[in-house]
Design a protein around this ligand. Sequence first.
Ligand code: HEC
Ligand code: HEC
Length: 287
Amino acid sequence: MFFKGVKMRLLAAIPLLTALAAFGDEASSSRPETSSQQPVAATPYRFEVVSGDPGEQGERLSAVLGCIGCHTLDLTGEDWTEPELGVLWTANLTQSAVVYSEEELTTMISEGKRPDRALMDMPSYLFSELHPDDIAALVSYLKTLPAKGVVHPDPTIGPTLAKQIESGYFKDSVQQVAEMKDKAPPDLGPEHAYARFILRATCAECHGMDLQGSTEPLMDAPPRPGLQIVAAYSAEDFSTLMKTGKPIGDRELKLMGGVSRWRYSRFTDSEIEAVYDYLLALARRGP
Ligand code: HEC
Ligand code: HEC
């Protein structure tokens, strides 16, 4: 697993803060017409349906949406415990699929809410705009998994996390969903609405909801650039980046290489094309 051995505990929290900080800036800017705050229309979009079998669609989405990054490749979860922050395991989804109903799994994925409590560090704010049929596909994929391993312990709240909760710095997944509900990448017109939807559920996790990137530390990776950088890529080079993790120039990317290989190599060609066209339009729009 390419994430192994790095501190994962803040993976979900930090990009969210980055995204929120960016909105602070935007509120004081004079470009309301390009505001990222226009809500995504009530989710008419789906990821391309590549199979009549919802389980197969769900399996592809579990890669594209990064479930396999945090919950590990076989979705049995891993330990992100840090003493100062508390115990935290990413859930064993093969067991969750046995314990919870389809409806409960849907609510956990898209609202961050488990029947007994709010989830922590589960980035449901990214998944809150997914099409109901895509969430149903994910759930039906989870239901096909043979149960393996054990149900991991619930999170605890260590001293540092307690302070972060008290100061409002840390937000649980339900609070994150509420905060990010109406936020989306910039609206570049109806011809780019589909890509905008894809970017909200994927790239926004690390490059920020406004796609402007961030210098906030994320594991031990270099800063994430603003995605206007894609203007330096031809359509073919961008497709190569998504499918193989290989960027232009004679370089290796640290985190993005693995993210592409594990997640975005499962995009379809038309999804990659839509994302590329959107990002070129974003670059042309200017700062
Ligand atoms: C950035 C990391 C991250 C990503 C990406 C992620 N999750 Fe999670 N998820 C977590 C963490 C951490 C928890 C544990 C939260 C807790 O126990 O409070 C969790 C909990 C859950 C739960 C609750 C299960 C239970 O038994 O309590 C479900 C269901 C779930 N995730 C499904 C998914 C699905 C499906 C995807 C992909 C669409 C996904 N997650 C992507 C981090 C992530
Ligand atoms: C898990 C975090 C994460 C996600 C999700 C993510 N990125 Fe990145 N991305 C990074 C990091 C970190 C870098 C900095 C380069 C590195 O990793 O070495 C980067 C760099 C890039 C670059 C610059 C490549 C270059 O030539 O230097 C591009 C382009 C890019 N990402 C596109 C995307 C797109 C498009 C998406 C969504 C489809 C996406 N990223 C999703 C973390 C992420």
